[in-house]
Design a protein around this ligand. Structure first.
Ligand SMILES: *Cc1c(COP(=O)(O)O)cnc(C)c1O
Length: 375
């Protein structure tokens, strides 16, 4: 490594040492690479909603007359509507530019260089990313082979005392259902973890697909934060609207560091229109859950695929006896996008989002061709 010269030499040393977040390949890039128009692609790689947003979102955005006015920094109407939706007081809620922004704000609130978080991989990459920007260490307690949490090992992290090297993690990040496998953390495990001297950040991005939430526990535990989003169930991934449910002792300080205009006029209006049409969107969620179950049964019939049971809108699938690279080529040729992994323990896995029935048909046809080709 060469010694940086001015002005790079002024950049925080913690930043020089980290790798950037590796986002998905943009749709236009993939489209050009495989030589198919974007509308002919089958996009099953990012857990997006195949039915899109509520039609009321389009209407609300088309008739919006406040694009030239700054958004309400206090998100008053939106927080009231979100409070009604999840059954908590609006005072406990803050919205963000996606729940990704709330992960970053929580990291900024708690972490300085030398602090640590606890991550339970494989899970969502944003937790370690946000912590490393703060210069914090990422302690890992990997999940077991079935992706359940190793609660005993997590507890040991707080008891371990190897001289003065003890770094107690301040934040424990958990996703339930977990991304990439879709498993849910049982309530007993969660309560044991909440008894630890740590803030538990429970990411429930897929709660609507699982049909259960722990939002109600936030008023019971001063160390529980629950994150939710409209990206998946409400089809607003492109507009960026997530939110958190926080205990009073945390949200008071979070307001002090929130960028005033973090959620746009369009995102706030789209979220309000979605919440007003929740029954319509929930019917879409139901269709996606049914498609996930059908997809599971269909995938399990291929002898080279081992899908894991999932409560989210995607399935993690181990590929056995065939090379993932070969499968990737076969799917890309047909314009089908799924998620691949670089982590060693997931290198032989793919993650497939539940799409519309015709998406499943295209995928199954490509898999049958791949099976028949036998490479
Ligand atoms: C998709 C996803 C999110 C959503 O993030 P947004 O910023 O709200 O789009 C959050 N957490 C997990 C685990 C996810 O998979």
């Amino acid at each position: 490594m060469s010694i940086p010269t001015f002005p790079e030499s002024l950049i925080r040393p913690q930043i020089s040492g980290i790798e950037g977040y590796n986002p998905l390949e943009p749709l236009e890039g993939f489209s050009a690479r495989v030589g198919l128009l974007p509308e002919h692609l089958v996009k099953l790689d990012a857990n997006e909603n195949p039915y899109g947003p509520s039609p009321r979102v389009r209407e609300a955005l088309a008739s919006l007359e406040r694009y030239h006015i700054y958004p309400d920094p206090q998100q008053t109407l939106l927080r009231q509507a979100l409070g009604r939706y999840v059954g908590t007081s609006a005072d406990q809620i803050m919205a963000g530019n996606g729940s990704d922004e709330l992960i970053e704000l929580i990291a900024r609130l708690f972490l300085e260089p030398g602090d640590a978080i606890l991550d339970c991989p494989p899970s969502f990459g944003m937790y370690a990313f946000a912590a490393s920007i703060q210069g914090a260490r990422v302690l890992q307690v990997p999940r077991r082979a079935d992706f359940s949490l190793d609660v005993e090992e997590i507890e040991r992290t707080f008891k371990r005392d190897d001289g003065n090297t003890l770094v107690r993690p301040k934040l424990l990040f958990l996703a339930s259902p977990n991304n990439p496998d879709g498993s849910v953390t049982p309530g007993d495990d969660l309560r044991r973890l909440l008894a630890l001297p740590v803030v538990v950040v429970l990411d429930e991005a897929y709660a609507e697909f699982a049909g259960e939430t722990n939002v109600g526990l936030v008023s019971e535990y001063p160390n529980l934060v629950v994150l939710r989003t409209l990206s998946k169930w409400a089809g607003l991934a492109g507009l960026r609207l997530g939110y958190g449910v926080f205990p009073p002792g945390i949200i008071a300080h979070l307001w002090k560091i929130k960028p005033p205009f973090n959620t746009s006029v369009a995102a706030q209006a789209a979220a309000l229109a979605s919440l007003a049409d929740a029954a319509y969107l929930k019917a879409g969620v139901q269709r996606i859950v049914e498609e996930r179950e059908r997809l599971f049964r269909e995938l399990a019939r291929f002898d080279f695929l081992r899908p894991y049971p999932s409560r989210a809108n995607f399935l993690l699938c181990r590929v056995v006896g065939r090379k993932v690279k070969h499968l990737q080529c076969a799917l890309e040729e047909q314009g089908i996008l799924v998620r691949y992994f670089t982590r060693l323990e997931l290198a032989d896995c793919i993650r497939i989002s539940a799409g519309q029935p015709h998406d499943t048909q295209s995928l199954l046809a490509a898999l049958e061709r791949f099976q028949a080709a036998g490479t």
